[in-house]
Design a protein around this ligand. Structure first.
Ligand code: PAF
Length: 232
């Protein structure tokens, strides 16, 4: 286990990555909200394979939680996360306070129209704008790098890609495959909230998606029919 540089200020983290780049090192960035699991480890592994510096960020971003959501109870365990990150090849950690990221009321936010307005945006108003805003800040702070995101949050990945293109950050966004439990449930920090009954039912989500995929692959192009197969 080697040591990891830990930063809680924007200035310190930015300077550390600038110094690395000046030394000719390639920087990989893995933005997270902590509660690390094997999905995050797969992002860190890939970042370690493709870069010299593996910078992990842990920040439970209040801007992406709705008023009735789980900001207060979101799982937090910094000591455990640091151990996992070091074992996975993390070299730098940025774990700012809310005050460091948002020193005053937030007047400037990033909204992504089109892909940022559909699907999850309807049930979680403000969520994807909160994600786009914090990721834009992390990209601005980190500078030129490759940034790794899971395909599990597929709409989030699409929003981040669009935001990155539109705002011309010096970042190459890399989407990484979803990591699943043996029964098909996608790994997620929030799986910890599931009751035994919900946990037993959850793998149906992957089966539903596979059934929809199979229908389309077999040539069915009727959106309503495919939707019904997924719902069944
Ligand atoms: O996917 C997450 O963990 C978060 O939405 C992200 C991208 C770190 C932004 O807070």
């Amino acid at each position: 286990m080697s040591a990891m540089e830990v930063h809680d200020t924007i200035e310190g983290f930015r300077a550390a990555l600038d110094t690395s780049r000046l030394a000719g090192l390639r920087v990989g960035l893995v933005p997270t909200m902590g509660a690390l699991h094997a999905g995050h480890v797969s992002l860190l592994d890939r970042a370690a394979r493709e870069n010299d510096v593996v910078a992990l960020t842990i920040f439970v971003n209040p801007l992406q939680f709705g008023p009735a959501e789980d900001l207060g109870s979101y799982p937090r365990d910094m000591e455990r996360d640091v151990g996992i990150a070091v074992d996975a090849g993390g070299t730098h950690l940025f774990a700012p306070t809310v005050g460091e990221m948002y020193p005053g009321p937030v007047a400037t936010t990033v909204t992504v129209s089109g892909v940022g307005e559909a699907m999850e945006a309807r049930s979680r108003p403000g969520h994807l704008a909160g994600v786009a805003t914090v990721v834009a800040k992390l990209f601005a702070i980190s500078g030129s790098c490759r940034a790794y995101f899971g395909e599990k949050d597929f709409q989030q990945l699409a929003v981040v890609r669009r935001m990155n293109t539109d705002l011309s950050f010096a970042v190459s966004v890399v989407g990484c495959p979803t990591v699943r439990e043996p029964d098909g449930l996608a790994l997620s920090s929030r799986n910890a909230y599931l009751s035994a009954e919900q946990r037993a039912a959850a793998p149906v989500l992957q089966r539903a998606l596979q059934a929809g995929t199979a229908a389309v692959t077999d040539g069915d192009r009727r959106a309503g029919a495919v939707r019904e197969i997924v719902a069944d």
